[in-house]
Design a protein around this ligand. Sequence first.
Ligand code: BGC
Length: 503
Amino acid sequence: MDIYFLILGIFIYLNGVDSKSKARKFPQNFWFGASSAAFQIEGGWQEDGKAPSIWDVVVHSEQSPVKDHSTADVAADSYHLYKKDVQIAKELGLSFYRFSMSWPRILPNGFADRINQIAIQYYDNLLDELIAHNITPIVTIYHWDLPSNLQKLGGWTNPLIINWFLDYAKILFDKFGTKVKQWITINDPKEICHGGYGSTSKAPMINMPGTAEYMCAKNILLAHAIVYHAYDEQFRRVQNGMIGISISFRWFEPSSSSEDDHQAAIDAKMFDWGIYTNPIFGIGGDFPLEVKRNVRSKSAEQNYPWSRLPELSTVEVGTIRRSADFLGVNSFTTKLVYRDASVDGMYPVPSYMDDMGVVLVKDPSWTQSIANWSPVPWGFFKLLVELKNTYDNPPIIVTENGWPTRGGLLDEDRISYLRRYLNALLDAVDEGCDIRGYSVWSLIDNFEWFKGYTEMYGLYEVDFTSPEKTRTPRKSALMYKEVIKTNILDPDYEPEKFLVEAP
Ligand code: BGC
């Protein structure tokens, strides 16, 4: 009997399994974090010399596309309350806090001619506060809030933005590089290019499908790569940091075993994210073959004398290839994909969706978030394994994953989502994926772009009606805190406070 318990004890110890069976251990030194973005939390939209971003312009326009007609003028007021955010990060036990810096706060003209010293001081204070509390800052250089001045000049469709972005990034390396060791150049290129230039779903709502988004994609890739090389050549030796990019990923599952649906899923992946990951992480670099082929042949059919997808020259391919020390993965959901005759005429011509030429659906049996997407943890697992296999197992930080609610502290659905996705992440680690860290979207409730304050992603609730913008931990915050404290995902853990308070 004693021998039996000894063996059981050794088994439990080696497997990191606790007595409640399904609890699983994270790798040693795994990083846990939470994310935010300047425009969504800071407020202070006209304070201390900050100029408007393209988002300020859109949310203040007469025909505001924001669901509840709100703005981010004050948001969670993190411009003034940043110490509270750091306090929360500390309470949670985060190893890192991922936030973004605001380009129009630091460079009100967009150009590097005038640096706003008050903005530099603000971010310096935030960094000092984090470091004093032993929380590693991960800084996103650009999370969608382009200085509106630059949009007047075409924004991300003007190739000169590569230099403007470089100037801005170099200022950040210069001012903050001794304190910041993890940089993310750009967040979610697809949302910027397809959302902002190829459609109206994001600022600046340019809505030139099939052309503007591809021009944007090329400039984003070059801007990212040139900043990477500048860091490499001018700052890395002294500052010794890492620099990557965060890309939004969905998994695409063929809806049948047919050859057509299989190809449709490949095309969907390559248009959705391969267009950004292949040039940076792919062995040969460059845009994916599927994207080049589809856009070239559709452009020819549509009488364009050239492909609507601008080419990357051999030199450009070389500049972009391998220009990242890690891959930031933002992922929330999965889609089913098929291709049949119904796709003809389904999308505007020309358009990115028409070029992709697939139908995206959800399995009717899947549950849905209030944002109309479905939690599909096995899709997240497949995605991570495919990234490992396709891109030679790059170091990955999951920089965003989370669940929206309408509010309230008892967020069982968020807990279930986070647990299921963390479980899938651990499955991917078991498959050998080099996943270094994971970050919840989001630390606190914030301005959810065109959804305003109708979708809440925070581990902490923010009372937007109170002058203090009071922050209160949700049940999910206590669950996440326990994961971080123990380095274990325990599906049975119940925070004590909520055991008492739950009805
Ligand atoms: C974006 C966030 C956004 C979140 C939820 C992410 O991909 O980076 O800014 O709030 O999705 O929609």
